[in-house]
Design a protein around this ligand. Structure first.
Ligand code: NAD
Length: 468
């Protein structure tokens, strides 16, 4: 591993720090920690703007959000270039341009949905009407893996339901997020969407602020727990999208060659830095050689390099912290007897590159299986019986997603019903959709995003009960 462990440190100063291009280590700029006074001021402005926003007719708010989608579409090339420069994912393949198209789609869909008032009970004595009112100011805390798409998931439904938003992007992806907010704010009324920048302590101050009514958090389980603690102070409503360690089970006899494209991207989308990537693959012992060969053959043809080069389909790890964590997990598995079944080509560049790596001779109990690697490394675990595979897949504190791969869809559904996860995909993985609720089981979080359920989650249910 010597050749890929020598990337330089990210420099961190006291009140500000540098953001780097992870492919080249070029310094993009200095990120300031927003001061507490400034955060207070932005929240106060957001509160005032929210009242004006909520007072507008619903149709007007819809129309404005559709104009946001147009602005994102018009600026998608510019913003994709920013994603690649700061986050690292390539422009090509399922990379930065793909992320921008998702931003447009996830803006259009909430604008097209309605959550009308509902008569939940009526008889000769009474009538009860359920309204979905705005909550107020929503704090959005975003991660660095899909910085613009996840910010959109947090911002747009909140605005759609009449809230204002104060967002803190990840400290690693500040500039690209600020560029997108600039574009969105060319359309939105003043102060309804604001951005603050900095590290965890800035997020902590925001989430515990007394005027925050809802927190949309996406990030790690450890930080999610801190957000729960912060919300004790303001009793803010929470949607927590935390980490995943998604298992996939290939049922015996599956024709892997037909689905190799889906299987590869299930594990390696965004260099594996995706919450709902396939992170542990369980394969029947009779099919093991065939699956490893299919994945090896496919992986060896996917070029890795600087994301700005349109020939690159895979890019770097986003930051040094994550790079070190992944290397540590690979080394730990090797020390504990695992085999590296395949390791792809690392480009001759300075950045944080880790080639696609397939690991065999591992099992539950190894760190590479039990912990979320969040990188381009896939442990492949052999099983003898399906019961054993299901038990091992469920043996995790995480429960975001899971997948079952089979030519027999009935059999696959029976297995899917036994897996403990917010979503179980069949013959695909991580295939999210703006109309389909998405959220985690167990410590992967609570609450759902997307679709009508996602809109309800950023509203305050209020009943008016009338005596007849
Ligand atoms: P992270 O938890 O380190 O950071 C997430 C955000 O929280 C950042 O903006 C960070 O500055 C902020 N933060 C840190 N400390 C805070 C505090 N005390 N209070 C408030 N905010 C604070 O996560 P990350 O490394 O940016 O993202 C990777 C993790 O996110 C992985 O575990 C991944 O699985 C998870 N993730 C989950 C989903 C999902 O939808 N379930 C999506 C993407 C990523």
């Amino acid at each position: 591993m010597e050749n890929i462990s020598a990337a330089p440190e990210t420099q961190i100063k006291e009140t500000s720090f540098l953001s780097l291009n992870p492919s080249t280590l070029e310094v993009i700029g200095e990120v300031a920690n927003t001061s507490r006074e400034e955060i207070d001021d932005k929240i106060e402005k957001a509160q005032k703007a929210q009242k004006r926003w909520a007072a507008r007719p619903d149709a007007e708010r819809k129309e404005i959000i559709l104009k946001v989608a147009e602005a994102l579409q018009q600026n998608s090339k510019h913003l994709a270039a920013w994603i690649t420069r700061e986050q690292g994912k390539p422009l090509s393949g399922p990379g930065a341009n793909f992320e921008m198209q998702a931003c447009v789609g996830w803006t259009q869909v909430p604008a097209s949905l309605d959550v009308p008032e509902e008569i939940v009970f009526e008889d000769e004595t009474r009538k009860d009407i359920l309204y979905r009112n705005p909550i107020g100011v929503v704090a959005a805390i975003a991660p660095w893996n899909w910085p613009l798409m996840i910010a959109i998931w947090q911002i747009i439904p909140s605005l759609r339901m009449g809230n204002a938003v104060v967002i803190k992007p990840s400290e690693y992806t500040t500039f690209c997020t600020q560029e997108m907010i600039k574009v969105i704010n060319t359309v939105l009324p003043e102060d309804i969407l604001q951005v603050i920048t900095g590290r965890g302590e800035v997020g902590s101050y925001l989430t515990s602020h007394p005027e925050i009514g809802k927190i949309m958090f996406t990030g790690s389980i450890a930080t999610g727990k801190k957000v729960i603690e912060a919300s004790v102070k303001n009793m803010a409503r929470l949607t927590l999208e935390c980490g995943g360690n998604d298992a996939g089970i290939i049922l015996p006899g599956f024709d892997v060659s037909k689905h190799i494209d889906q299987l590869f991207w299930a594990a390696f989308l965004n260099m594996g830095q995706t919450c709902a990537c396939l992170k542990r693959l369980y394969v029947h012992e009779n099919d093991y050689e065939k699956v490893v060969k299919a994945l090896t053959d496919y992986s060896s043809h996917i070029p890795m390099g600087d994301g700005a080069d349109e020939a690159s389909i895979l890019g770097p790890i986003q930051n040094k912290m994550q790079y070190d964590k992944i290397l540590d997990l690979i080394l730990d598995s090797e020390k504990n007897g695992a085999d590296v079944l395949f390791r792809g080509q690392k480009p001759d560049l300075e950045g944080y590159f880790i080639p696609v790596t397939l690991i065999g001779n591992v099992d539950n109990g190894h760190r590479i299986v039990d912990e979320e690697q969040f990188g381009p490394v896939l442990p492949i675990i052999q099983y003898k019986t399906l019961e054993e595979a299901i038990t091992k897949a469920n043996n995790s504190e995480n429960g975001l997603g899971a997948s079952v791969w089979s030519d027999d869809l009935n059999e696959a559904q029976k297995v899917a019903a036994q897996l403990q996860a917010g979503t179980v995909w069949i013959n695909q993985h991580g295939a999210i959709h703006p109309l389909v609720p998405f959220g985690g089981a167990k410590q992967s979080g609570y609450g759902v995003e997307f679709g009508i359920e996602g809109l309800k989650a950023v509203s305050l249910p209020k009943v008016i009960s009338i005596k007849k």
